[in-house]
Design a protein around this ligand. Structure first.
Ligand code: CP3
Length: 334
């Protein structure tokens, strides 16, 4: 039986809850670092099927998590749309300057199916290698979160609001482009074999309240509706991970009856009143020391009887000790 789908699709409370970790394939794993070394450019790594397949399965082999998440990055979309993305050690992503008029005009006409093919091919191979009991999660970044990187050309800064104020029409077109191309990408990931999808909205909480409908929920609704329409009988569960916007989840539950939620570490697990399936929310900082044990036991106790997946509140840190991850899985399954 697939425990992730049992929780997300059939809304069952599994005991013990299934577990996977955001950024579970990454630098805290020595076997990841070994392959990573071979690629001077991170985006080349994200587009090489053998590398994607190996790295996606590494955390499953090591920790026996209940789900694999396809190895890629949310910034692959701007990269494939023609805004080159580089990752600089210690600095994070750097995106090239573009002429927005030309970029949007070209992007709106682009069919990225061919460009997605190394990733889609990998999904097919991984699905065959993975036993039926394990889920394969596909993902995209939310239009807003990706747009912040594209406009700033690096990690989030206030620049994005200045850009919006000065170029409202362009910014709206950019969100529409990312919504349309992003949902097309997500749909292809499902067709290739992903049984669950996640939308990463890491910078959601920075949007002012009066812009959340336009920047966040409107685009989310379009993506949600496109998936429901494409797979009317068998739509995969959609997990919305919005950092810093837990306060809206109750209204989102009403608006999107099939949406599942990723809860960040700032939310107290005792305060969660969601009725739809959710995942979270151990603070990844806690996993650096033995402190995670107390918090994990607490979460495990509080979510009894709820359709819940154990995860972190944000991505695992590169300096996380492997021993702690082994222990974490053991505590959850005990
Ligand atoms: O979860 C997984 O294992 C799947 C792969 C995955 C990566 N990034 C691999 C990656 C996923 C789902 C992401 C999502 C992602 N990427 C988000 C949303 C989640 C979050 O953490 O908020 C964001 C904002 C990005 C953009 C991004 N990619 C940044 C800011 C960075 C640099 C981070 C850093 O710590 O340097 C990346 C690079 C990245 N993406 C790495 C990995 C494993 C590290 C790159 C390396 O190996 O050099």
């Amino acid at each position: 039986m697939n425990k992730i789908l049992s929780v997300l699709k059939y809304k069952k409370a599994e005991n013990p809850p299934p577990i996977w970790l955001m950024r579970q394939a990454g630098r805290y794993l020595p076997e990841y670092r070994k392959i990573r070394e071979k690629f001077p450019h991170f985006m080349d790594f994200c587009l090489t099927p053998e590398a994607i397949e190996t790295v996606t399965l590494q955390p499953i082999t090591r920790f026996d998590f209940d789900a694999a998440i396809i190895f890629c990055d949310i910034l692959i979309l701007p990269h494939l749309l023609g805004q080159k993305v580089e990752f600089i050690a210690g600095k994070g992503p750097v995106l090239e300057a573009v002429n927005w008029e030309t970029f949007l005009e070209k992007g709106e006409k682009k069919n990225l199916l061919g460009a997605f093919s190394p990733i889609l091919q990998s999904i097919k191979t991984i699905r065959q290698a993975l036993c039926k009991e394990k889920s394969l999660i596909g993902f995209i970044g939310s239009p807003w979160t990706i747009a912040t990187y594209m406009v700033n050309q690096k990690k989030y800064t206030e620049e994005v609001f200045k850009f919006y104020e000065e170029n409202k029409t362009l910014f709206k077109r950019l969100l529409t482009l990312l919504t349309d191309q992003g949902s097309a990408f997500l749909i292809e990931q499902v067709k290739a074999g992903c049984d669950t999808v996640q939308i990463f909205d890491s910078w959601a909480g920075l949007v002012p309240l009066d812009k959340r409908e336009e920047f966040l929920w409107g685009p989310l609704e379009k993506i949600y509706n496109k998936l429901q329409k494409t797979f009317p009988k068998n739509c995969p569960p959609i997990i919305y991970y919005g950092r810093g916007v837990y306060d809206h989840y109750e209204e989102l539950e009403k608006r999107f009856p099939n949406l599942c939620f990723g809860v960040d570490e700032t939310v107290d697990i005792q305060d969660i009143t969601l009725t739809q399936p959710f995942q979270g929310n151990l603070d990844p900082e806690k996993l650096l020391s033995q402190e995670f044990i107390k918090d994990t036991l607490f979460i495990k106790e509080k979510i009894k009887g709820k359709p819940f997946i154990f995860n972190l509140g944000h991505g695992i840190k590169p300096n996380t000790p492997l021993d702690h991850v082994y222990q974490l899985v053991e505590i959850i399954r005990k």
